[in-house]
Design a protein around this ligand. Sequence first.
Ligand SMILES: Nc1ccn([C@H]2C[C@H](O)[C@@H](COP(=O)(O)O)O2)c(=O)n1
Ligand SMILES: [Zn+2]
Length: 160
Amino acid sequence: MEKRLEYISWEEYFMGVAFLSAQRSKDPTTQVGACIVKDNKVIGMGYNGFPKGSDDDFMSWEREGDILNTKYPYVVHAELNAILNSIKSLDNSTIYVTHFPCNECSKAIIQSGISEIIYFSDKHKGSDSTKASELILKNANVSYRKYEGNKLKLEVLFKD
Ligand SMILES: Nc1ccn([C@H]2C[C@H](O)[C@@H](COP(=O)(O)O)O2)c(=O)n1
Ligand SMILES: [Zn+2]
């Protein structure tokens, strides 16, 4: 029998895990996922959400109004969750993210030892946060590039 040819590439696989992780997010507007990989093994995953133990029904997902009544001061970003959830040293690892990291996450990525970022969306390109990320990542020699896989959709069928 010939080997199966429809298998997905490593890049498609790990970006797929990042997008699957994003599906755990309860943010009604933007779901972000991250997957940290070393030697082709997943060593951390995360998605954006309120801190562990927070009462989801008490917290607000608002985007506007009094800052203290919005989600922004409280939500833990996907990249930081992936770093905090990781199971071993992140030195020279790669983080796959559904969205280009903000400047706060970029700082955490640099400090954790991650050396490469592969992102899918850069919809906030040109914003101050993205500009600051680009500057600080370049300065710290953390490389970043857009996803280059062919797949833009992966179907996961639960079957026998
Ligand atoms: N690097 C990032 C940037 C943002 N997020 C999260 C934080 C929020 O839950 C959401 C953005 O919400 P929006 O302003 O689009 O309503 O994305 C993240 O996890 N990582
Ligand atoms: Zn962030």
